[in-house]
Design a protein around this ligand. Structure first.
Ligand code: SAH
Length: 286
């Protein structure tokens, strides 16, 4: 059977060429009809007499495509594993839930196509609209410090690409994420739903205001830097909850960890950082 297919495949293209040539010669002679391209319909026209050969050729090209995709996936899995070992574990992240999530979530799906090969490098990357996806280590650090598990409901401010939201969704029960730039929120929403996340809700809005409708939150993670800690976020943090937030001016910021205990907020600075600034909504002045 295989031999028969091979024979058909090797003879079919010759006949195909013959047909294309004679047709295009006729057409070129008239000088008015462009040379036909190899669209699926034109291909099938030339293969009219050879339906099996056409079918086999399609199958062959599908197999090569899916093999290419498999190789690409394997390549990215190996790079992700290396990222976790060299950038995350080597810097002291030990929470197995965080490490498992970072091993699982395909960061290359959250960056623009032309940057996919950079997805596992030790740096933030541009995602459009002047915004960035955070460095993998910072994502891991902020997630670990919140001490999360499957019982927790979390608010993220600054959806961006949706990567941090996906990491949170691997660990927690529910994730609510707010993004001020509508096009980013829409892209992230679509990407996360294509990836099958059912426990993430994305909305366009000013994250300074939190997301009152679903408050209180067991944890709040902010990925853009305001100049002060927003009061609505303090209010929407549940008793016993934790918030991690970069605070400061454009160049110098401190990553601050807050814990709400008996209604009081206990605050500590944990790391000097540099995030994009928290943008102000035209209608809300803060
Ligand atoms: N967490 C993101 C990284 C986001 S960068 C990720 O994993 O890809 C910070 C994001 O915060 C940007 O997308 C920016 O548009 C958004 N942002 C800035 N100000 C905001 C605000 N007031 N409310 C909500 N999002 C804001």
């Amino acid at each position: 059977m295989l031999k028969q297919w091979r024979t058909m495949l090797s003879s079919a293209p010759l006949r195909l060429c013959g047909k294309v040539n004679s047709k295009s010669q006729q057409e070129n002679a008239s000088g008015s009809v462009p040379r036909p391209g190899l669209s699926a319909t034109s291909c099938s026209r030339y293969f009219r007499g050879y339906p099996l050969a056409f079918f086999v050729l399609c199958l062959f090209s599908l197999c090569t495509d899916s093999h290419g995709e498999e190789l690409r996936t394997e390549h990215f899995t190996a790079r992700r594993e290396r990222m976790v070992r060299e950038q995350i574990e080597a810097r002291g992240i030990t929470d197995t839930k965080v490490l498992t999530a970072l091993r699982k979530v395909e960061r290359h799906r959250f960056v623009p196509d032309n940057l996919a090969s950079e997805a596992y490098t030790d740096s933030p990357l541009p995602i459009g609209e002047g915004q960035t996806i955070s460095q993998p280590y910072i994502v891991a650090f902020m997630t670990q410090i919140l001490d999360l598990d499957v019982t927790k409901k979390v608010l993220e401010v600054g959806t961006g690409s949706g990567y941090q939201a996906a990491i949170l969704a691997e660990i927690c029960r529910e994730v609510y994420t707010v993004e001020i730039i509508d096009s980013l929120a829409e892209q992230a929403k679509q990407r996360l739903s294509e990836l099958g996340y059912l426990n993430i809700r994305v909305k366009t809005g000013d994250g300074y205001q939190g997301w009152k409708e679903f408050a209180p939150f067991d944890a709040i993670l902010v990925t853009c830097a305001p100049t002060h800690i927003p009061d609505p976020l303090k209010e929407q943090l549940a008793e016993g909850g934790r918030m991690v937030i970069p605070v400061g001016e454009r160049r110098v910021q401190e990553l601050v960890l807050l814990r709400k205990e008996k209604g009081r907020l206990i605050q500590e600075s944990v790391l000097p950082v540099r995030f994009v600034p928290m943008l102000k909504d035209k209608e809300n002045f803060w």
